[in-house]
Design a protein around this ligand. Sequence first.
Ligand code: AHG
Ligand code: MN
Ligand code: MN
Length: 335
Amino acid sequence: MSRITLSRYLIEQTRSNNTPADLRFLIEVVARACKEISHTVSKGALGGVLGSMGTENIQGEIQKKLDVLSNDILLEANEWGGHLAGMASEEMDNAYQIPGKYPKGAYLLVFDPLDGSSNIDVNVSVGTIFSVLRCPERNGAEGDLGEEAFLQPGTEQVAAGYAVYGPQTMLMLTLGNGVKGFTLDRELGSFILTHDNIQVPEQTKEFAINMSNQRHWDAPVSRYVDELLAGKTGPLGKDYNMRWVASMVADVHRILTRGGLFMYPRDSRDPSMPGKLRLMYEANPMSFIIEQAGGAATDGQQRILDIQPTSLHQRVPVFLGSKEEVARVTAYHQE
Ligand code: AHG
Ligand code: MN
Ligand code: MN
């Protein structure tokens, strides 16, 4: 059997699907950075990479050493190649400027360098999430790239993906024509196409939510989860199973593999925070991937990909996965 590497897949895409060569190069570089992060994560205590930095990011979250290391790996890998006009990340307050000594390119890269921080020190799957946008025309504008350039709805993404660092390291990618899954072959050092046609089943019996926040939920979410828990004898007429890894990459990966519904609703703990997950580098790339695999993603009111972002670190409620359940919980919000 001839093995299709990520590089070969991308070259074939430039031929058959008009994927521009600089986008291909960008994805290759991101994948290389993910390999390095995978390697760093896997060293754990032996590499002295566990534990906290003792610093906070803009969202007031304690930064783990691996949050910062992964962010640096992605910046260093991507800043010199000439394919980017700028980058933004969970771990940086503002847009990252491409250093003046390097050429600039047409794209913007937005990422969550390490998703699932609370799972790092306990050896549970974590990952990297990324989204690629086109940089709007700057009409000859000089000077720093501002945050406005990034504030495009998710429908404008030209590519999105994530790497999950679990029992296997995998890279899941969409260029807007379906979702492909690649598994890292550590001996070869290459991502190999192993999941050719990823489809999220329309129906499911599995859901994911952090139940400890139940008392803070809005009425539609409480009603819906009550119905899920009521099982066969309730209005939904079937028993549901629950899973919550607490790394979005791992929960979404399970849903891409066997279906399910992922929820991180808004809750009343902090009224200034409409949800926990961030639109630009968590909700949008994951929603693009899920939709490309035949699933759906909303914030309870509207399609996530249609939301016009207002700030780089904006948070949104997230309901994504199997179509039937996303439609149901969304309908409950609209009643
Ligand atoms: P991050 O580690 O990038 O801050 O993201 C963590 C997110 C997401 O991965 C996960 O689904 C969620 O936080 C878990 O939240 P709880 O701690 O409430 O379970
Ligand atoms: Mn995250
Ligand atoms: Mn993170």
